[in-house]
Design a protein. Structure first.
Length: 250
C-alpha cells in the first residue's frame, strides 16, 4: 500500500503543480486528527456460506486505543479543491471464544484463548466543489476515490487464519461548515455510499475553534460504519472516534 500512497501523492502534486503554473499561486491546508478509537459491533463470517458468525467486539474484547489521520488539501480555486487522506486503523481483540468458530475453514474450538486483528486502512483522493459560499455558511459536495486495505485475522494456540482484501470504493462527499461567530463554528464532513453488496459511511461532527486566520482547532465525534455481504465475506462494523484535530493553511 505504500506504492498506492506514493501514487496518490504524485497525482495530487502533478495536478497542483500544473495549476500553480497557470495561476502563480498555491493554497494548501494540512490537517492532523487524533484521539481515541473504540469498536461498536464488529460481526464476522468468513466464508459467508460455510463460516460461523462471531463478534470481534462481543465474543472477544477490543480495547480502546489512540489513532491518527492525516489530510493534505489544495484549493484549485475558490470553489474547487482536491484533498488526500491517509487513515490507518488496526484494532486488536482478545478473549475466550464462547462457542466454536469456523473461520477461513479453520475450526477454533470453544473456550479457546483467541486473539483477533481488525485492520481497515484507508487511502482517499477527494474532489469537492463549493456549492454554497457565504460569510457564515459553506457547503461543499463532491466524490472520493477510496482504496481500502483491510484484514481480519484470528489466532489461538496452534491455529491461525486471516482474510485480507484490497479494493477500490467510490464514495460521495459532503462538507458543511457553519460559523456561529468569528471564533466558533460547526463542521459536518462525510464520505458515504451504499449498494446491494454493502455500505460505507465515515462521518465527522465537530466544533471548530479558530485560533488565528491560518489555524483551527477541532473537537468532535467521528464514526465509521459499514461492511460487505458477499460470497467470500460477511463483515459489518461500527467504529467510534473521539476526535481532536488541528488544521493549518499555508
Amino acid at each position: 500500500m505504500k506504492k498506492t500512497l506514493i501514487l496518490l501523492v504524485t497525482i495530487l502534486a502533478f495536478v497542483t503543480a500544473v495549476h500553480a503554473q497557470g495561476n502563480g499561486g498555491k493554497r494548501w491546508t494540512a490537517e492532523l486528527e487524533g484521539g481515541a478509537v473504540f469498536s461498536g459491533y464488529n460481526d464476522v463470517r468468513i466464508p459467508n456460506a460455510s463460516g460461523n458468525l462471531f463478534s470481534l467486539s462481543e465474543d472477544l474484547d477490543i480495547a480502546a486505543k489512540a489513532y491518527y489521520r492525516l489530510r493534505l488539501s489544495y484549493a484549485l480555486s475558490r470553489r474547487h479543491e482536491l484533498s488526500l487522506l491517509y487513515a490507518p486503523l488496526t484494532l486488536k481483540a482478545s478473549g475466550r471464544l464462547p462457542a466454536a468458530v469456523r473461520f477461513m475453514d479453520v475450526l477454533f474450538p470453544q473456550d479457546s484463548d483467541a486473539d483477533g486483528i481488525f485492520t481497515f486502512n484507508s487511502y482517499r483522493l477527494t474532489y469537492r466543489y463549493r456549492l454554497v459560499d457565504r460569510s457564515r455558511l459553506r457547503l461543499d459536495i463532491g466524490f472520493t476515490a477510496k482504496i481500502r486495505d483491510a484484514e481480519i485475522a484470528l489466532s489461538a494456540p496452534g491455529l491461525s487464519a486471516s482474510k485480507a482484501n484490497v479494493g477500490f470504493v467510490p464514495l460521495l462527499h459532503l462538507r458543511l461548515a457553519w460559523d456561529w461567530n468569528s471564533k466558533l463554528g460547526l463542521l459536518l464532513e462525510a464520505d458515504a455510499a451504499a449498494a446491494k453488496q454493502g455500505r460505507a459511511e465515515d462521518v465527522l461532527l465537530a466544533l471548530n475553534w479558530r485560533l488565528s486566520p491560518r489555524a483551527q482547532l477541532r473537537f468532535g465525534y467521528r464514526f465509521v460504519e459499514g461492511g460487505a455481504d458477499v460470497d467470500e465475506t460477511y463483515n459489518f462494523a461500527w467504529i467510534h472516534y473521539f476526535a481532536v484535530g488541528l488544521a493549518y493553511g499555508f
